[in-house]
Design a protein around this ligand. Structure first.
Ligand code: FES
Ligand code: FES
Length: 158
């Protein structure tokens, strides 16, 4: 019978680096990552609704506040630091469109935009809005973000 209070060693690859992290597998991945030093993973609602905690699990974006750490055993996790070059490029488009404000939502938002870029070829504006509907920003009205994404995707495909 499992003990939900016990710590185990979880093996995972984070940003391309193999790691063994001692934690309770019933803890949430967001908290485990932050405790292990990956503070670029932000936490907001803690209920799977705002998207600021988004990381990739085997390349698929997930809200890490709603994923048990035990589910990451043997899998590959990518945070925004693991895609730093692309994230920096995208940030320049956010800045150019005046969509850089407090920046708290940016790491999770960026992980979704980069996943979108991989998943959808030439998405429509509606598809972009739909894809990013789970990523909230408390500072902006999203129009600057949308312009930045469209211009970033256009530049990426040139
Ligand atoms: S903190 Fe995870 S979705 Fe809001
Ligand atoms: S820029 Fe502040 S929450 Fe999005």
């Amino acid at each position: 019978m499992s003990d939900f209070n016990s710590s185990v060693n979880l093996t995972m690859t984070i940003n391309g680096v193999p790691r063994v992290i001692a934690c309770n597998p019933a803890d949430m991945l967001c908290d485990v990552l932050r405790s292990a030093g990956y503070t670029e993973v932000k936490k907001g609602c803690d209920t799977g609704n705002c998207g600021v905690c988004t990381v990739w699990l085997d390349g698929v974006p997930v809200p890490s506040c709603s994923v048990f750490a035990g589910r990451a055993e043997g899998r590959e996790i990518t945070t925004v630091r693991g895609v730093e070059k692309e994230a920096t490029e995208f940030a320049q488009f956010l800045v150019a469109q005046g969509a850089d404000q407090c920046g708290y939502c940016t790491p999770g938002f960026t992980m979704m935009v980069l996943a979108l870029k991989r998943e959808l070829k030439s998405p429509t504006e509606t598809e972009i809005r739909h894809y990013l509907s789970g990523n909230l920003c408390r500072c902006s009205g999203y129009e600057g973000h949308l312009r930045a994404i469209i211009k970033y995707l256009e530049a990426s495909h040139e």
